[in-house]
Each structure stands twice: as structure tokens, then as C-alpha cells.
Design a protein around this ligand. Structure first.
Ligand code: ADP
Length: 628
């Protein structure tokens, strides 16, 4: 049906409609109504006629202005209407007497004064009132369009909907892992609960603490937990909410926030993504500078300095770009505490999984440790998502509790996206992908220092991966040796090496491997002192928590040398992968054909086939050195 039910969706009148209506009204008033109202036509008549009319009793009111050379008077015309007339002054000493005799009111005032007032009101006051009304209307419309329903002209007045949560209901027990962060925050909770204890000794508690860490590690949760534990109200606002259309509005919002917080003290104010307003002021000035942001930041600094720390307003802020923050924010008396909230380690991941698994029905025999092991580098938010995905999968499959398979499958979903079961790949492409993946797995298995293969699959994923090999370390690693890094690069080149060996041609399928291998090789040379430059930092990490972007900190001449070394390192790795695969070609074929048939194989299946007949022995450390 074409009708899209307009009744529920009233058409809003366009702004232009209101503007045109107002302009038309003013024009009409000025053209027709005002002149009629204001100007009672003043007709000129001779003095003798004036005297005659006075005597005939037609004149009712006369103005005799002293310094004027004319007499203005009101008289009744032939059809009985009062009209305004004027006549030139004539030396006539008996005029006053005549007027008195005819009972005419006379004064030194101009009888049109009332009209003048009316004319003033109509021509000046009324248009102004109309324009002001129109302005209000427009600004309201604009406000509505901006989504806030606020008045766009109310500069300096914040309309922030900063609502405090009376009770967040979150406690430290809900936040798994992150023990160091919790310890640091417990002091703040204690301060909020027993302020006298601290005031008694004269201790000043930090006014603010900055929670620093990658996204999804539980920074917001921790802030809520502080408020929840101390049972104080929780104000939450995101840095981006301060960024407003008009200069000065952000600053007004900050003022408003602190005013409200002061009224509700003791309380927690949480500013998420503080980097949005707290970015370094780079002194760009008016050109290219962001006045609004700087004003907001200045206001925040002023408010933080201004409020009384003893009152019990604690400001917690979160960021994942600590390096971009203005140093002024980190000065003592402001966010002088910096609390790292890092990605969880193996134990932390297991604990987080446990917390979230409590909320879903699990079948017995679930091994959360295995999931924790398979999710190295995952954040708390991703782990929570894994549990939820598993529950959704269980429902999809008609079960009422989740099992280990659901969990393992959802790990892959979160890491690589959903399976694209109906993606049609030609037989040739499937074969190429199969060899590519076995290439990775075989090269990994034939080297020391590489994590065991746990799963190989050639089922395409929504992320675009056509297949992948999953390797899971037994233990958590905090350090990586030069050999491990090298072997990792060799494993990454294994896919394309297999393609070339078997099909004598290569495809675009290795782009992700190439990216990863280059990144690792570059890191080895520029940051880990594992290249020819020794312990010289050629690059620095600029974005620790978000992807780890780096910036070059060496000359152009060295930059060229870095590239040469990176290329050499990856080439060498590729040559090693070629050798391994050539020496194990029969196994490569056997495994690839098996994977092609089954589409997904486990690490055990892989190892069984690999070990079925004596394969190429694992290279010893000496052999590896000899190869290099
Ligand atoms: P951040 O503010 O660091 O980006 P959040 O606090 O918003 O992260 O975390 C998002 C979600 O991830 C939380 O709602 C919670 O479900 C989950 N989560 C993150 N870290 C943890 C943790 N340490 N313990 C339990 N759940 C966590």
C-alpha cells in the first residue's frame, strides 16, 4: 500500500512558511492598516472659515501652540464626522474670547498627541514585538531540528540533561579482574564514606582520577562501581556532549554540571571520552583552532580548581588516548591520579567470563579457561559479548542452556564475524583457500616457538575472511622473543608460499597476512632493537590503546634503511616457509585435501594426520641458526 499513514506522522510546516507569513503581515500592516489608524487627514482651510466654523459651533477642540505658526483644530464636517484641520495663524486678539464664547476647548497641546503615541506603538513597538516573536519561533524550530528541543538563542544557558543516577547498583564485585584499578579506587570510596577521617588529619584527596585504557575494559563500570559502593549519586556525561554548535555553550554546560554536582555532593561526576574536550591546546589560535573546545576545557579547569575538594565531589574521567590530553588537566589538584585499566590477562578473562556466565544458563562441564585461553587480547566488553552470542546461538539451535561448542563458536563469531554459510565459493577457490590455510598451519607446526594450531576452517566469515587458522597458546605471554617474532612472520608467509608452490601463482588472499607480517617486522627493527640499528628508537607509538599507531622519529635516510631491512626480513621469512613446505609437500597435499573435504578441522585432527607417517622432523634450534 502506498499510503504511509500520515496521521501518525504530521507534516511539519517548513520554516520558510513562518518567515513569509510574518513578512507579509508586517507589509500589509504598514501599507494599509497603520496609515488609516495613524493619519487622520489634516486639511488646510482659511482663517476666516475657521472663525466662521467656531461661531457656528462646528469646532470642538483647538491647539494654540505658541511657537508654531499654525492653529490645529478638530471640527465636525458636513457628514457629521470629526476631522483634523489646520489654518495659518492670523493676528487676532479676540480669538481667545471667541473660543470661550463658542465653548471650544483650547490648549497649547497638539490634539493629535494620542495618535502620535499610537503611531509610535504601531510603527516601532509592534514590528519589534513581531520580530522578536518570530525569532523565538525560529529558534524553537531550530532547536527542535537539532534534536534537543532547546532554544538555539539561549546562549550561555545550558540545557544539559545531566541526570544523576541515585544508585548505580554496580559494585566492585561486578567488575572482574582489574584488581589494581579497584584498589586505587577503593580509597576514593572510603573518602566518600568517611570524609571526616581524611579532613581530621588534613589530608586532601585527589579531586579527580583519570581511568586510562583501551575501549571496553570496564572504565565506565569502575566509575559506576565507585558510586555504587559509596552509595552516592552518579553524574555521567560524555566529553562529546560538551561540544556544541555555538561557542560558549559547552562551557555553560560544564558550569551547570558542577553546579548540580555541588548541590548533590557527595557524588561522583564521570566524564567519558574526556579527550574530546581535553585535547592538547596546540596554540593554533584563531586560525584552525577550536575556540569552543578550548573554552570548554578552560571552564573545566577553572571549575576543578574552584570547587571545594572537602565537599566530596570526585571527578572520574575516562580516556583511551591519554597521550593526547592537555598537560594542564594532569596537574596536581586536577586529574592527578592516573589509573590504568588494561586489557585482562588470562586470569582476568576467565573471571570476566565467569561474571557474565552467571547471567545465562550453562550446561555442566563448561570450561571457561579454554575460552579465556582462546581470547588473548579480548576486552571485557568482547568477553561479555562472547557469552551473549553463545546464548543467542543456543536459542537459535533450540536449546535452553549454553554448552562449550556455543562458546567456542561465538569466540570465532566475535573475532572473525558470522559464518557465511550461503557464500558460494568455486571449487578452485576453495582449493586455493584450503592450501593457503594448511600452508600457515604446517609452517607453524614445523617450527619451534609457535603456538599450537587448534582449528583450521575454510568456511567464509562475514568479516571477509575466507578461512583461517586458529593458534592458541597454552599460557599467557607477556614477552615475545626474537625467535618467536621471526617464526610468527614465517607462519604468516606460509599461506602465500603454499599457494605458489602448488598452483604456481598467487592470489589476493594474503593481504591481511602481509599487513601483519610487515607490522611485526617493522616493530622488530624500529622499536624492539632486533634489527641492525640496535637499541635506537626509530619509531614511537602514538596511540597505545587504539591500534598502536606509530610515528617515525628518524631521518629520511634512516627511513629508507628501515624499509630495506623490513623487506629483507620478510623475504627471508618467506624463503624459510618455502623450504618447510617443499620438504613437507606430501603432507601439505594430504592435509589440504582433507580440509577441503571437511571444511573445518580441529587441532587434534591436524596433528594426527601430520604425525601419521614420519614427517619432516621439527627443526632444532641449531638447525634454525644454521638456516639463518
Ligand atoms: P569502557 O568504559 O572501558 O569502554 P565499559 O565499562 O563501558 O568499558 O564496559 C563495557 C561492558 O563490558 C560492560 O558493560 C561490561 O558488561 C563489560 N565489561 C568490561 N570490563 C569488564 C570487567 N572487568 N568485568 C566485567 N564486565 C566487564
Amino acid at each position: 500500500m502506498f499510503d504511509n499513514n500520515n496521521e501518525n506522522n504530521p507534516v511539519r510546516k517548513p520554516l520558510m512558511f513562518y518567515v513569509l507569513t510574518a513578512v507579509t503581515v508586517i507589509l500589509l500592516l504598514n501599507m494599509f492598516i497603520f496609515p488609516l489608524l495613524m493619519t487622520r487627514q489634516v486639511q488646510v482651510i482659511g482663517y476666516s472659515d475657521f472663525i466662521t466654523w467656531v461661531e457656528e459651533g462646528k469646532v470642538s477642540e483647538v491647539s494654540l501652540a505658541q511657537d508654531s505658526d499654525q492653529i490645529i483644530f478638530v471640527a465636525t464636517n458636513d457628514i457629521g464626522q470629526e476631522e483634523l484641520y489646520k489654518t495659518a495663524v492670523f493676528p487676532d486678539e479676540g480669538l481667545i474670547e471667541r473660543l470661550q464664547k463658542a465653548n471650544v476647548k483650547f490648549s497649547a497641546e497638539i490634539p493629535t498627541q494620542n495618535n502620535m503615541l499610537l503611531s509610535f506603538v504601531l510603527s516601532w513597538v509592534l514590528p519589534i514585538v513581531i520580530f522578536m516573536g518570530l525569532g523565538r519561533l525560529l529558534s524553537n524550530q531550530l532547536g527542535k531540528r537539532m534534536g534537543g528541543g532547546m532554544n538555539a538563542l539561549s546562549f550561555g544557558k545550558a540545557n544539559a540533561k545531566i541526570v544523576a543516577d541515585k544508585e548505580t547498583g554496580v559494585t566492585f564485585a561486578d567488575v572482574a579482574g582489574e584488581e589494581e584499578a579497584k584498589d586505587a579506587l577503593k580509597e576514593i570510596v572510603d573518602f566518600l564514606e568517611h570524609p571526616d577521617k581524611y579532613a581530621g588529619i588534613g589530608a586532601k584527596l585527589p579531586k579527580g582520577a583519570l581511568l586510562v585504557g583501551p575501549p571496553g575494559t570496564g572504565k565506565t563500570m569502575l566509575a559506576k562501581a565507585v558510586a555504587g559502593e559509596a552509595k552516592v549519586p552518579f553524574f555521567s556525561i560524555s566529553g562529546s556532549e560538551f561540544v556544541e554548535m555555538f561557542v560558549g555553550m559547552g562551557a555553560a554546560k560544564v558550569r551547570d554540571l558542577f553546579k548540580q554536582a555541588n548541590e548533590k555532593a557527595p557524588c561522583i561526576v564521570f566524564i567519558d571520552e574526556i579527550d574530546t574536550i581535553g585535547k592538547k591546546r596546540d596554540g593554533a589560535g584563531a586560525i584552525g583552532g577550536n575556540d569552543e573546545r578550548e573554552q570548554t576545557l578552560n571552564q573545566l579547569l577553572t571549575e576543578m580548581d574552584g570547587f571545594d575538594g572537602k565537599k566530596g565531589v570526585v571527578i572520574l574521567a575516562a580516556t583511551n588516548r591519554p597521550e593526547s590530553l592537555d598537560p594542564a588537566l594532569l596537574r596536581p589538584g586536577r586529574f592527578d591520579r592516573r589509573i590504568p585499566v588494561e586489557l585482562p590477562d588470562l586470569q582476568g578473562r576467565e573471571a570476566i567470563l565467569r561474571v557474565h556466565a552467571k547471567n545465562v544458563r550453562c550446561s555442566g562441564g563448561i570450561d571457561l579457561k579454554e575460552i579465556a585461553r582462546a581470547t588473548s587480547g579480548a576486552s571485557g566488553a568482547e568477553l561479555a559479548n562472547i557469552i551473549n552470542e553463545a546464548a543467542l546461538r543456543a536459542v537459535r539451535l533450540g536449546r535452553n542452556e549454553i554448552n562449550q561448542n556455543d562458546l567456542m563458536e561465538s569466540v570465532e563469531t566475535v573475532i572473525a564475524g558470522y559464518q557465511r554459510k550461503n557464500a558460494v565459493m568455486s571449487e578452485t577457490e576453495k582449493r586455493i583457500v584450503s592450501y593457503h590455510e594448511i600452508g600457515h598451519a604446517l609452517v607453524a607446526a614445523m617450527q619451534t616457538h609457535s603456538a599450537p594450531v587448534t582449528k583450521i576452517t575454510i568456511i567464509p566469515r562475514t568479516s571477509g575472511a575466507l578461512g583461517y587458522t586458529m593458534q592458541v597458546d597454552e599460557d599467557e605471554h607477556y614477552l615475545m622473543s626474537k625467535e618467536e617474532l621471526r617464526n610468527k612472520i614465517v607462519t604468516l608467509t606460509g599461506g602465500q608460499a603454499a599457494e605458489e608452490l602448488v598452483f604456481h601463482s598467487i592470489t589476493t588472499g594474503a593481504s591481511n597476512d602481509i599487513e601483519k607480517a610487515t607490522k611485526l617486522a617493522r616493530g622488530m627493527i624500529t622499536r624492539y632493537g632486533m634489527g641492525d640499528f640496535g637499541m635506537v628508537a626509530m619509531e614511537t607509538v602514538t596511540n597505545q590503546y587504539l591500534g598502536g599507531d606509530t610515528s617515525l622519529s628518524c631521518s629520511a635516510a634512516y627511513s629508507e634503511k628501515i624499509d630495506d631491512q623490513v623487506v629483507a626480513l620478510v623475504k627471508e621469512a618467506r624463503a624459510k616457509a618455502d623450504t618447510i613446505l617443499r620438504e613437507n609437500e606430501t603432507k601439505l597435499h594430504e592435509l589440504a585435501e582433507y580440509l577441503l573435504k571437511k571444511e573445518t578441522i580441529t587441532g587434534e585432527e591436524f596433528m594426527q594426520i601430520l604425525n601419521a607417517k614420519p614427517a619432516q622432523p621439527v627443526l632444532t634450534a641449531e638447525q634454525e641458526t644454521a638456516e639463518k
